[in-house]
Write a new protein. Structure first.
Length: 245
């Protein structure tokens, strides 16, 4: 009888071991959102104490109580909610290019129209005058008059007469600082004219004389048809000319 009870108990434990072995053979899942199987609780069969026996009493057989092992996998629903993490980054907005009006260069003021300059009135000499190129001066007859020369006006007839009004040498004089200095630089061979009431007379420069003094006697210096006398920085210049026509 004791052997039979031991055998029954061994069979019960073998059944439990078989269940446990079956549970152990279930493949494990990854720990992420896959369902998990909770460990099955195994209830060992309670051993029923053997009833006390007395002599002559038939022994009752001890049977292990059958325990139903129910394995229910616990399914855990893994809910993965993917939500973007809010950040404080500013929302990128495309910059709107501001339309810039093209700059227009300021209009340059029109150049003033050139004003035609009025030509200087051409003075037409009248009366009695001497002309050398475009230069001319009136002639006044004032024999031996130093004051007439100092007046810095017309060329003065110091001696003689105007051409056409008599014979002899016409002697004209004027200060260098009164506009007659260039007489000393007239080229030999150049010409000039004298205009008077008798007509126009042309003369040709033929020679020049330099005196180391200003003023004094005129002995031996008066000759030819025309004399032009002016001062220099150191003395006196006399230019001689002959009547051509």
């Amino acid at each position: 009888m004791k052997r039979s009870s031991t055998l029954n108990l061994a069979l019960a434990w073998a059944a439990v071991a078989a269940v446990a072995t079956g549970l152990a053979s279930v493949p494990a899942f990854a720990h992420h959102a896959s369902p998990r199987i909770a460990a099955a609780s195994v209830v060992a069969p309670a051993s029923t104490p053997a009833p006390s026996t007395s002599a002559g009493t038939q022994h009752a057989s001890v049977r292990p109580s059958q325990t139903a092992v129910t394995v229910r996998p616990t399914v855990t629903k893994a809910t993965v909610t993917s939500r973007p993490t809010a950040t404080n980054a500013p929302t990128a907005r495309p910059e709107t290019a501001k339309a810039v009006a093209p700059k227009v260069a300021p209009a340059k003021p029109a150049a003033p129209k050139p004003v035609a300059e009025k030509p200087a009135p051409v003075r037409t000499p009248t009366g009695t005058y001497i002309q050398i190129g475009s230069w001319f001066k009136p002639i006044v007859v004032a024999n031996q008059s130093q004051s007439a020369i100092n007046a810095c006006g017309p060329a003065v007839v110091w001696s003689g007469t105007l051409p056409g009004l008599g014979s002899g040498t016409t002697w004209l004089a004027g200060h260098n600082y009164c506009g007659f200095a260039f007489w000393d630089h007239l080229s030999i061979g150049s010409t000039l004219t004298i205009h008077d009431s008798a007509g126009t007379f042309t003369y040709k420069i033929v020679s020049r004389l330099h005196l180391e003094h200003q003023g004094g006697t005129a002995v031996g210096i008066k000759h030819d048809d025309l004399m032009l006398q002016t001062c220099t920085s150191t003395g006196t210049s006399i230019t001689y000319a002959d009547l051509v026509s």
